[in-house]
Design a protein around this ligand. Structure first.
Ligand code: RIB
Length: 279
């Protein structure tokens, strides 16, 4: 039978298709969708709220069966006005939609702690962080875990060492001068793309990584092993995240009355070459 009752489509919104983190996420979405005989419609919103609302509305008009929103810039208002009003099942990544929602949860607190522990073990005491100004909930938890673990060893993350910059290669690149102004011996970049831009900027300023400054990323995207120096990071099981998010959503589409489901996924440290002993 070639004609299906429902179109078996899910909409997927990610903030940035250029970040390999999200292409890996989509790989997971595609593989689970195929198994369950659904087709994903994928959009990158380029961190643009208007574009995002536009895609959301269009997807709903086209009667998608459900939505995965991994997009950091979606507002609570858009969720209420567009999604809740239309009664379409959806799943949020990086944001907590409340206790009644299905969730793929990553142990962000532990991830932040792992990053801190690694830098502390190398003797770093003056550490900077590069992160976006309007951080999603998961990033705030990541930072809190990081700070907490530093505090356990009596190391404070001072305000001037928290450098606010867009979460992108360019953001990291542009943050490099501010990082150097802090005289920190190590930097925790909130994601790998930011770390890569930062390394480039430090290099252009004549600094060696890790001899002068250690740089730690977060995500474990495929480029990490191909840049010089290879990037130390915290691995996120992102393909599995995409798979699990898809399965939860499709379960919800097929059985709207089941209790909210949560899947917890672990993270782990990948020590490579961009971090070294404090100078
Ligand atoms: O690189 C994209 C980042 O945004 C990841 O760290 C992910 O967790 C999301 O918050």
């Amino acid at each position: 039978n070639l004609i299906m009752k429902s179109a078996q489509t899910i909409g997927v919104l990610v903030p940035n298709l250029g970040n390999p983190f999200f292409s890996m996420f989509i790989r997971g979405v595609q593989s689970a969708s195929r198994e369950r005989r659904f087709i994903p419609l994928i959009f990158g919103a380029d961190h643009d709220e208007d574009l995002e609302s536009y895609y959301l509305q269009e997807l709903i008009k086209r009667a998608v069966d459900g939505l995965i929103i991994a997009s950091a810039s979606i507002t609570a208002e858009a969720i209420d006005n567009i999604l809740k009003k239309n009664g379409i099942p959806y799943l949020l990544i990086d944001q907590n939609g409340g206790p009644s929602m299905d969730r793929v949860r990553i142990d962000e607190d532990h991830g932040g702690r792992l990053a801190a522990e690694h830098l502390l073990s190398l003797g770093h005491r003056k550490i900077a962080v590069v992160m976006p100004e309007h951080a999603t909930e998961n990033l705030r938890i990541r930072l809190a875990g990081f700070k907490d673990r530093l505090a356990q060893d009596g190391v404070a993350l001072s305000d001037d060492c928290v450098i606010l910059s867009p979460m992108s290669k360019l953001g990291g690149y542009q943050a490099s001068a501010k990082v150097l102004a802090t005289s920190a011996t190590a930097v925790f970049a909130i994601n790998d793309e930011t770390a890569m831009g930062l390394i480039r900027g430090l290099h252009e300023a004549g600094k060696r990584v890790p001899e002068d400054v250690s740089v730690m990323g977060y995500d474990d995207i495929d480029f990490d092993e191909y840049i010089v120096p290879k990037l130390s990071t915290v691995h996120q099981p992102v393909v599995t995240m995409g798979r699990q998010a898809t399965m939860l959503l499709i379960n919800r589409i097929q059985n709207s009355r089941q209790a909210p489901q949560a899947v917890e996924l672990p993270v782990d440290l990948k020590q490579r070459e961009s971090t070294g002993p404090a100078s």
